[in-house]
Design a protein around this ligand. Structure first.
Ligand code: PBG
Length: 326
């Protein structure tokens, strides 16, 4: 055949493929979630997230040092308190487990990596919702945002570098930005979970945080059917002052991720969530999939779609694999 375009020419050798590759994921763009449990003295495996443990407070330092040694960009802290109540008070308490974990992580990190904290009430409320409830039992947007402001100050005082606002309340970014600035925390950044869908892929996370939730989060997290609304949420959060925008989950929402990356002037993150990680782990454990290749392909796809930052439970291993491949 006489063809003036033969795309296979650039696939002939490993050296050629390496030369023409469009995206090159790096350890520095990876963020590792960490779960800190107030009642533990030793790490406890999370069965639905193979390779991930709930950590005691005393285990935070070593986990952060290992993450820094692996060269990843950051850690994202979640905590499981011993006592939960209707308003999630432990979230705003300086001695609350999440705030203690932030202080521990920030001390261990120095300036080697970025310490992020989840800013949401679901781990702290006895009903498991991401906010406080009104008399009818609905999550009350504006009352919740007031609690987020207090939670933000507690996290900033504890030393968090980035606050991950994951509650999906309207106006939360602007309100938290104001509260931080009023208290002199101009340099504490906001990562907004801008487009966060009400997803079945959060299943293992609910085990990881001993979730108390009955029902679902569909009045505040987004409907998986909505693509334009994801772009709108991101535009609102950017206008409210978000420093980083996140799309979550990641692979089922690469269209939304690509839209947000195309329209935004700030860095964009993707969260490869617990159920996405668990799918790979379960298939690999059955011998149905190549674990390393699947994790690397998932990462490459998120970066190709436009993610500058990727939050993943495989962050440390991915960093090791990327180093081996380099
Ligand atoms: C809420 C929060 C959730 C996740 C991160 N932050 C759970 C939810 O919205 O139900 C899920 C992360 C994952 O599945 O890996 N604080």
């Amino acid at each position: 055949m006489s063809l003036n375009r033969r795309p296979r020419r650039l696939r002939t050798t490993p050296a050629m493929r390496r030369l023409v590759r469009e995206v090159r994921p790096q350890a520095a763009q990876l963020v590792l979630p960490l779960f800190v449990h107030e009642d533990l003295d030793a790490p406890r495996p999370i069965l639905s997230l193979p390779g991930v443990d709930q950590l005691p407070l005393g285990g935070v330092r070593a986990a952060v040092e290992a993450a820094a040694d692996a060269g990843i960009g950051g850690v994202m802290l979640f905590a499981i308190p011993s006592v939960r109540d209707a308003d999630g008070s432990a979230a705003c308490d300086v001695d609350g487990i999440l705030n203690l974990a932030i202080a521990e992580a920030a001390g261990a990190a120095g300036d080697r990596l970025v310490v992020m904290a989840d800013l949401c009430l679901d781990e702290f409320t006895d009903h498991g919702h991401c906010g406080v409830l009104d008399a009818e039992g609905n999550v009350h947007n504006d009352a919740t945002v007031l609690v987020y402001q207090r939670m933000a100050l507690a996290q900033a005082r504890a030393g968090a570098h980035v606050l991950g606002l994951s509650g999906m309340m309207d106006g939360q970014v602007a309100a938290v930005r104001d509260a931080l600035d009023d208290d002199g925390f101009q340099n504490v950044s906001i990562l907004a979970y801008a487009a966060k869908y009400a997803s079945a892929f959060y299943g293992p996370f609910r085990e990881a945080v001993d979730s108390q939730l009955q029902g679902d989060r569909r009045t505040y997290q987004m409907d998986p059917a909505n693509r334009r609304e994801g772009a709108l949420e991101a535009a609102i959060d950017e206008a409210e002052g978000a420093d980083i925008l996140m799309v979550k989950p990641a692979l089922p929402y690469l269209d939304v991720l690509a839209d947000v990356a195309a329209q935004s002037s700030v860095p964009v993150a993707a969260y490869h969530v617990s159920g996405e990680y668990a799918q790979i782990e379960a298939a690999a454990a059955n011998g149905w999939i190549d674990r390393r290749a699947a994790h690397l392909e998932a990462l490459t796809s998120m970066v190709r779609a436009g993610a500058d930052i990727v939050v993943t439970y495989a962050a440390v291993e991915l960093a090791d694999w990327l180093r081996e491949d380099a």
